[in-house]
Design a protein around this ligand. Structure first.
Ligand code: ZN
Length: 281
């Protein structure tokens, strides 16, 4: 390692600037969403078995909840435009815009070239958690998803009920696609209920036991027609390990709600991103 330069401390002391000031982002109309959710009606309830995944559809203008039932359990969420799988959740840009973890009033953004809100968080019973003394918080967009490739790399074993494989099987079944094709549509997730951060000393990605308890939920407004897939992670509450059958795992529940009649008024889905796509040519 090199000797630090004489002005090393001065360089370290430079104050950071926020990359993307959210003041210039389109503001979600939370008042309208709150009105629409007041009289919302349960339309569908899906139980996601432990160490497996399920798909579900949410029409634009509807709500969906991911609910903890039975025990502390983390979920890995993928979202697609229900009419075009190439528009999918973009974890990295969501992180750049909102930070490492999302909660009420923040949004899940879609991939290029669409880059528009897919879903807005309208309620989160874990919003009290904030950022703990370790730098941990809940509902992260920093992790990727547990997957069998990293498992093979680190342990030399095949494990088939990782979230990546669960999501792949669920999407393949939903769309009638071969596994190899469905897999190409699976993407980095929103880690629902997962408590994570980066260690201050080494910068490593850490997880700790999720604070979620039965009855907790996170709720979203569907900005566009959505296809969702949710995996009940084999890590359970992710307090110790994942990619194995040792952790206690519980089902997760997805509920889809229609909005109160007329409460959305003239609301319509956000348009695709307005960039010309000419890339300077
Ligand atoms: Zn997982």
């Amino acid at each position: 390692m090199r000797q630090p330069p004489l002005d090393a401390q001065a360089r370290r002391d430079v104050k950071p600037v926020i990359c993307y000031p959210v003041e210039s982002l389109p503001v979600p109309d939370m008042k309208r969403y709150r009105n629409a959710r007041t009289g919302m009606e349960l339309k569908e309830r899906i139980v996601v078995p432990p160490r497996d995944a399920c798909t579900y559809n949410v029409p634009a203008g509807h709500f969906f909840r991911i609910i903890c039932e039975g025990g502390s359990q983390v979920g890995d969420l993928n979202l697609w435009n229900a009419n075009d799988l190439t528009e999918k959740f973009y974890s990295g840009k969501t992180r750049a815009l909102h930070g490492t973890h999302i909660t009420t009033g923040e949004r899940m953004w879609s991939s290029f070239p669409y880059l528009r809100p897919m879903a807005t968080v309208t309620d989160d019973t874990l919003d009290w958690y904030g950022i703990d003394a370790f730098g941990g918080s809940v509902h992260d967009v920093i992790g990727t998803r547990c997957d069998p490739y990293t498992g093979q790399l680190l342990s030399g074993h095949d494990y088939h009920h990782c979230c990546h494989s669960n999501l792949t099987r669920a999407l393949a079944d939903h769309c009638g696609l071969p596994l190899s094709e469905a897999e190409t549509h699976v993407h980095d997730v929103l880690n629902v209920f997962m408590c994570t951060g980066f260690s201050r000393d080494s910068g490593q990605y850490f997880m700790k036991a999720s604070p979620v308890r039965p009855g907790d939920y996170i709720e979203f407004f569907a900005e566009i027609d959505l296809l969702g897939a949710l995996s009940a992670c084999p890590g359970g509450d992710c307090s110790s390990e994942h990619s194995s059958d040792t952790a206690a795992c519980y089902p997760l529940v997805v509920e889809v709600y229609s909005p109160e009649d007329g409460a959305l008024g003239d609301w319509k889905s956000p348009a695709f991103n307005a960039y010309s796509r000419s890339h300077g040519r």
